[in-house]
Design a protein around this ligand. Structure first.
Ligand code: FES
Length: 105
C-alpha cells in the first residue's frame, strides 16, 4: 500500500502567472509555476541529465532546459522535442484556503 500525503508548499500569491520558482521540501527540489492561472508542480530536475529546471527559460507554456535546450510543455509535462520521450515528474496540485498543496507518495 502506498501512503499519500497532502503537503502545503506556499501561499497561492507567491507564484505569479508565467513565473517559475524552486521550492525545497523533504529533500526534494520542486519546480512551481503558474500558467493561465493554474499552478503546476514538477520535480525540479531535467529527466535527460539532471539540470535544475528553475533556471530554464519559459516561453509561454514551453520550458527550455538551461543545459541542453530540451523542451517540455508545462501544461502536461510532456516533451516537445526529443528527450527520448521522457516526461517531467508531475505532482497533483490543489489550491485551498490561499495555499498551494501537493500530493506526495
Ligand atoms: S539536462 Fe536538460 S536537456 Fe540535457
Amino acid at each position: 500500500m502506498t501512503i499519500r500525503e497532502l503537503l502545503t508548499l506556499m501561499p497561492s500569491q507567491a507564484v505569479e502567472d508565467g513565473e517559475l520558482c524552486a521550492y525545497a521540501l523533504l529533500g526534494m527540489s520542486l519546480l512551481v509555476c503558474r500558467l493561465e492561472g493554474e499552478v503546476r508542480v514538477f520535480e525540479n530536475r531535467c529527466p535527460v541529465d539532471g539540470a535544475s529546471l528553475d533556471s530554464g527559460r519559459l516561453a509561454g507554456a514551453i520550458l527550455h532546459c538551461p543545459k541542453h535546450q530540451g523542451s517540455w510543455d508545462l501544461r502536461s509535462g510532456r516533451p516537445v522535442t526529443g528527450q527520448d520521450n521522457q516526461a517531467l515528474r508531475r505532482f497533483d496540485v490543489f489550491e485551498h484556503d490561499g495555499s498551494i498543496q501537493i500530493v506526495t507518495g
